[in-house]
Write a protein that binds this ligand. Structure first.
Ligand code: SER
Length: 572
């Protein structure tokens, strides 16, 4: 089967098992400041995995284009890409391990016709919070796998959340143990460089992970414990590129039908560089097609970095321009690529001149060159042939981002921008702000809008005049008093009418479903909201109101910043 047939077979198999096909999310998730890109199929489903009712039911399936910047340095081997299509299916509190593992196995062995003896599975070995997953192991055995085909691994390999292992999860993040399926390319010899013996998670290239069933059943709490979610969910994801490689018994995903034309173009003599070029330019085209332009911040910066990392591999930029024709007929994308490459050639020439005159080439100079000419770290390292320390360079970038408050700390990580803990704090602080404003100014105060970035919260509300300094101070003091009091933030699921009657605040009341999630902060605040929120208010640390302004007749806007990142005099 070619990759298109594999995707169709997967969707139709799960449709037969009662799943609704949902549209994939855009590559840049709307209204989500915590993340730069959609990096897994579950991202658009987080509120539903947490208990909200999905309009299309409890069994969902899709094919989701994903981008993972965190894998950028892995690209070049036989299996890593930054951009890929994730085939995904979900149970929102419906079926669980028995059905999931049996269906995926059936699809792999009967539809894709993978030989059973070339498959192995892994399950979670357990930790202090969650016990060993013997249930999954028993299901695999019942499906006919031998004991030798079932491997146990720790959380590092068999626990999934958007932030990784349990200890890295911020409060409010969901995750759970998982069970992965691996395909063995018996024609690839184990490379002892990667360890004495080979095993499914060995990195030598003999084994390839082709699917991950996450049993999404826990929410991390502010006290670092794990609370069971209201329902046990399944979140499955399998990379189409890898499933295609297994189905075609082709250990190099760049030789499957997805990439073969690009690789055939053979733009350089180095296989690993050719793979990087194919991956990076394919990812760039997908981004450009979704409206992203190369730039110096956020998604635009990642796009610029991809194009320039690919461009530097060509000795002659003209070859790159020729290579781009493989992306036809996406002419618009080709024009953006060409334009960016032109800009790159100019800044590369200037950057090279500056570098050649420099007495010492260190991370500080590399950062200056990056700032002034947009040359990414790896391009500078390649041009100068000097061994530079990436961590030092990134520390400078981080310092600069904090200073200029551009919310760019996630630029090098991609996917989840590691900001979720901060934005979760801002979510809860916004509820405190609304309650405090109502207490200080009166109950006519109502939310008219809200916007949260990793740098600040912004809250719009109805009020006829500017707040006096004393009022601003009282609101801030009240919020901080509630933070110090460490009030619990409790989520309940209630009937919409009951919740509204009990005085819960609601922003778009007509848009809420009949069953709603409600967040209550002590006896201070109660709001209809999808979350996420901190477990109790002390986690916020403290807040500072930094600015107020008018946004039209009878409407005010307030900006607040977490004390931990507040800088006196900084612009909001
Ligand atoms: N969310 C899991 C992953 O990305 C499975 O869909 O691997």
């Amino acid at each position: 089967m070619d990759s298109r047939e594999i995707a169709e077979s997967y969707l139709s198999f799960f449709k037969k098992q009662g799943h609704a096909v949902i549209p994939p999310a855009p590559l840049v998730p709307p209204d989500d400041p915590t993340t730069l890109f959609t990096s897994s199929g579950m991202q658009q489903l987080v509120p539903y995995l947490k208990g909200e009712i999905h309009p299309m039911g409890k069994r969902l399936v899709d094919a989701q284009p994903c981008f993972r910047a965190e894998d950028i340095d892995e690209v070049g081997d036989n299996r890593h890409t930054t951009f890929f299509t994730m085939l995904g299916n979900w149970s929102l509190g419906d079926y669980f391990k028995t059905e999931q593992l049996a269906w995926f196995w059936q699809w792999l062995t009967e539809e894709l016709k993978l030989p059973k003896d070339r498959l192995a599975v892994t399950v979670f070995e357990g930790n202090q919070d969650v016990k060993k997953d013997e249930t999954s192991a028993k299901i695999w055995q019942a499906l006919g796998l031998t004991k030798e085909q079932i491997w146990y691994y720790p959380a590092q390999k068999n626990w999934w959340s958007r932030s990784g292992e349990p200890e890295k999860m911020p409060a409010g993040e969901i995750g759970g143990p998982d069970s992965e399926v691996f395909f063995e390319f018996t024609q690839v010899k184990h490379d002892p460089k990667f360890g004495k013996t080979c095993h499914p998670n060995c990195d030598c290239g003999r084994w390839l992970e082709i699917g991950n069933s996450v049993f999404m059943e826990y929410e991390k709490q502010a006290d670092a414990s794990f609370k069971p979610l209201p329902k046990q969910n399944v979140d499955f994801g399998g990379g189409l590129e890898r499933l295609t490689a297994a189905s075609q018994n082709q250990p190099d995903i760049f030789q499957t039908d997805i990439f073969v034309e690009l690789i055939k173009a053979d733009p350089t003599e180095n296989l690993s560089d050719n793979r990087l070029i194919a991956d990076h330019l394919r990812a760039s085209v997908a981004m450009i097609n979704e409206g992203i332009s190369p730039g110096n911040k956020k998604q635009g910066y990642i796009l610029r970095r991809l194009i320039r990392r690919a461009a530097i591999k060509f000795n002659d930029p003209k070859n790159l321009t020729d290579f781009i024709k493989y992306f036809q007929p996406q002419t618009e994308a080709a024009a953006v690529l060409n334009d960016e490459i032109k800009k790159f050639s100019t800044s590369l020439a200037i950057g090279k001149k500056v570098l050649s005159r420099a007495k010492t080439i260190d991370e500080a100079l590399a950062f200056d060159i990056f700032q002034s000419y947009g040359l990414p770290f790896e391009v500078i390292a390649a041009v100068t042939q000097v061994k530079l320390n990436r961590a030092k360079f990134e520390a400078l970038l981080e310092q600069h981002s904090q200073k200029s408050r551009t919310a760019s700390a996630g630029m090098f990580k991609g996917g989840l921008a590691d900001q979720s803990e901060i934005t979760t704090k801002y979510h809860t602080a916004t509820h405190l702000l609304q309650a405090a404003l109502r207490q200080v100014l009166g109950i006519h105060v109502r939310q008219e809008g809200s916007n949260i970035t990793a740098d600040r919260l912004r809250f719009d509300f109805a009020h006829p005049q500017a707040l006096s300094e004393a009022e601003m101070q009282r609101v801030e003091e009240l919020m901080n008093a509630k933070i110090t009091a460490n009030l619990p933030v409790v989520k309940t699921i209630e009937a919409k009418d009951t919740a509204l009657k009990s005085g819960a605040m609601a922003f778009f009341r007509e848009n809420y479903p009949n069953k709603v999630s409600v967040y209550t902060i002590g006896d201070f605040s109660k709001e209809l909201c999808g979350g996420p929120h901190v477990g109790s208010t002390a986690a916020i640390g403290g807040v500072k109101l930094v600015k107020q302004e008018s946004i039209g007749a009878g409407k005010r806007r307030i900006y607040a910043v977490l004390k931990e990142i507040y800088q006196p005099g900084a612009e909001t």
